[in-house]
Design a binder for this molecule. Structure first.
Ligand SMILES: C[S@@+](CC[C@H](N)C(=O)[O-])C[C@H]1O[C@@H](n2cnc3c(N)ncnc32)[C@H](O)[C@@H]1O
Length: 389
């Protein structure tokens, strides 16, 4: 019998209740009902290991395993996949609820793509560095070893707002697990996304994705930044019900603490050079307030806020007029600012939804190595043009 922690989620401490619905359920064997009654009789939140079940029953391993699987099949016991922070599969846990529950989202299996054995690629740099792949990003990532990329800077298709020649659907969970695998320890993913409006209200897709990266993939949500635009295609009307939407989220995830952070200090300080804000004090070892002797003047510039504003639209996001054949490019300056913040020269920058190639172009200009995936052939042609020397 395979191992796996069994957790009992009983709501009452004094009674072990087995719903009559389950006792009368002819699909379950007597052994399955017995296992359930036993598990529910354990103290609430008590954990035992599945492989220890035979210690408590007369039945043998095989019969118990069969009966346990009946409980899993009928969703009385929930089988949950356990993964480490890198997304590697570590085994299963079982949660026993007092009453059958519907499947939770997090119980779905999400396996990294394995259609191309990464370990077989001896020199991944030779086939990946400074290349753009006209294919599903899952295929590109399956060629990458673990802990390979320094920065993923990308903007996925969101909520059917654009069609991208019919490529606005993608396997988000698989891609998130793969991105987690391929970034280095201390590497960063910047995920730029907004929400569509469905039946008059926001879908919340951006939040769901952010929580998946955090809760399921085990990445740190390092910062939730805002990309503010000066213009919009859909300004609100006086008789409308919502203010003009003028921003997207820039979720910054990291695998552990970010290894590279070069904060852009371009916020000019109004009181630069001055020190005369009164006497600054600090506490000494006796908790007494004492004047601070070395009082540094306010610097000329300080790091900017996490709300970044750009002039967007045709002719502003890029001077490459032909690039606007792509319907959703983001500003070159935005890509530049993230690349400078989270990487150093020579680092690898990957855009799994390369679109018109904005990220790749800026990575090249800033002496970083780039890798791109873009599923639409016509967009790859735009990228090739933008990457020309
Ligand atoms: C929002 S756009 C990216 C725009 C890009 N940031 C730019 O500045 O041009 C998303 C792109 O992802 C592409 N795409 C969608 N699913 C994909 C997948 N599974 N693999 C690779 N590219 C995909 C779409 O064709 C689209 O061009």
């Amino acid at each position: 019998m395979e191992s796996g922690r069994i957790q009992n989620l009983r709501t009452d401490y004094n009674y072990s209740t087995v719903p009559t619905k389950i006792l009368n359920d002819n699909r379950l064997s007597a052994t399955a009902k017995g296992i359930l009654a036993f598990l529910l009789s354990l103290p609430s939140n008590h954990n035992i290991n599945k492989k220890d079940l035979p210690k408590y029953f007369k039945e043998g391993y095989y019969a118990l395993n069969q009966a346990f699987e009946e409980l899993v099949k009928h969703r009385i016991v929930h089988k949950v996949e356990v993964r480490d922070k890198k997304g590697h599969f570590k085994g299963y846990e079982y949660v026993v609820h007092e009453f059958p529950k519907k499947r939770f989202g997090e119980q779905k299996k999400v396996l990294p793509s394995r259609n191309f054995r990464k370990s077989e690629i001896l020199n991944p740099d030779d086939i990946l560095i400074n290349k753009v792949f006209n294919e599903d990003c899952l295929i590109t990532m399956s060629k990458m070893p673990d802990n390979y990329v320094d920065l993923v800077l990308t903007s996925p298709p969101y909520d059917h707002l654009r069609s991208y020649n019919g490529n606005n659907k993608f396997d988000f969970e698989k891609i998130a697990v793969e991105l987690t695998r391929i970034i280095k320890n201390g590497g960063v993913i910047v995920w730029i996304v907004g929400d569509g409006i469905y039946k008059g209200s926001e879908t919340g897709t951006s939040f769901k994705q952010a929580l998946f990266f955090k809760e399921y993939c085990g990445l740190r949500l390092h910062d939730t930044m805002i990309f503010e635009k000066n213009t919009t295609t859909y300004p609100s009307k006086p008789d409308g019900i919502r203010y003009t939407a003028s921003f997207e989220f820039m979720f910054v995830f990291s695998k552990g603490k970010p290894k590279t952070v070069n904060l852009i200090a371009d916020k000019e300080n109004r009181w630069k050079g001055t020190t005369n804000f009164g006497q600054k004090t600090d506490r000494d070892e006796n908790d007494q307030l004492v004047p601070v002797k070395k009082f540094k003047p306010i610097p000329e510039y300080s790091p900017r806020t996490n709300i970044w504003k750009y002039i967007t639209g045709n002719g502003y996001s890029t001077e490459d007029k032909f690039a606007h054949q792509h319907p959703a490019i983001f500003p070159e300056q935005l890509a530049c600012d993230h690349i400078l913040t989270w990487t150093n020269e020579g680092d690898i920058v990957y855009d799994c939804f390369a679109g018109s190639g904005t990220v790749l172009k800026m990575a090249k200009q800033l002496n970083r190595k780039y890798i791109g995936s873009e599923i639409v052939k016509e967009y790859c042609e735009i990228i090739a043009k933008r990457l020309q020397p």
